[in-house]
Design a protein. Structure first.
Length: 266
């Protein structure tokens, strides 16, 4: 059993401001490492912003694009695992992608979002891979935001079957501009979908969402509101981040990476 501290960066992401977003991410990486975290989870599309057209010019490749290289350098200099969402250019296509980077600065996992919302299909191609990484900390899986509520929870359940002890999910959780959180507390969708898989497979699931306002696309004007979430192997919330368009926070939770029971005899 491995005990570790997981950090979640509920950071602002400004569409079209890649350099500023990366600067903020690198600072959170340094702060998490200084606080003793073994892993830091950052939001979805943290470089360009979700559904922002700046990706057409600013998205880079993985693992050698400018944004990915900057995160790799930060992981190596701070000796911490970094999980982050990036917009990836591959040939003439863009992918809503995420990476898991080792403390040596190597990309261990490279995921492309599979269950993207229909409104983003004009910008991002459909993902084509799913994998786990076996590390000294345990077996880590990677998905992105709406992958967590794919039909039948197919993505998270597949990662569970592959032996993941913790699933890391960069997210961008948004609400309509008139959402009243007092009347309709945000998060039931994630509690239900994360909780069922976490309990069934005896694993952890962590989703880190950004804060700030979406400025382009069908959801232009919708605020991203944080509410980052970690579910434990009992299917219970071990951490819930604050709600709000300005609820920037660096959150921490202690994780016990218990050995996973085999789910079949094959």
């Amino acid at each position: 059993m491995t005990r570790l501290k997981l950090a979640l960066a509920q950071m602002p992401v400004i569409g079209g401001q890649r350099d500023e977003n990366l600067r903020c991410a690198v600072q959170h990486i340094a702060d998490a490492a200084q606080a003793g975290a073994a892993i830091i989870l950052l939001p979805e599309a943290l470089d360009c912003g979700w559904c922002h057209s700046s990706a057409i010019n600013d998205a880079g490749s993985i693992p050698h694009g400018a944004a990915c290289l900057r995160l790799r350098e930060a992981a190596q200099s701070q000796r911490i695992y970094v999980c982050a969402g990036l917009i990836e250019r591959s040939g003439d296509r863009l992918f809503n992608s995420a990476v898991l980077i080792s403390p040596e600065g190597e990309v261990l996992l490279h995921h492309r979002k599979i269950n993207e919302l229909a409104m983003a299909h004009h910008l991002y191609a459909c993902g084509d891979r799913l994998a786990v990484a076996h590390t000294p900390l345990g077996t880590l899986g990677l998905m992105i935001c709406a992958d967590g509520f794919a039909p039948g929870q197919a993505v998270s359940r597949s990662l569970g079957l592959m032996g993941a002890q913790i699933i890391l999910s960069p997210c961008a959780w948004a609400v309509p501009p008139d959402h009243d959180n007092a009347q309709e507390p945000y998060g039931r969708l994630w509690l239900d979908n994360y909780g069922a898989v976490a309990k069934e497979f005896g694993l952890w699931i962590a989703g880190a969402s950004n804060v700030g306002v979406i400025t382009e696309g069908e959801w232009s004007g919708h605020p991203c509101i944080g509410c980052s979430l970690v579910m434990n192997p009992a299917g219970e919330a071990a951490l819930r981040g604050p709600y709000g368009v300005g609820a920037s926070a660096l959150l921490f939770v202690d994780v016990e990476m218990n050995p996973r029971p085999r789910m079949s005899t094959c």
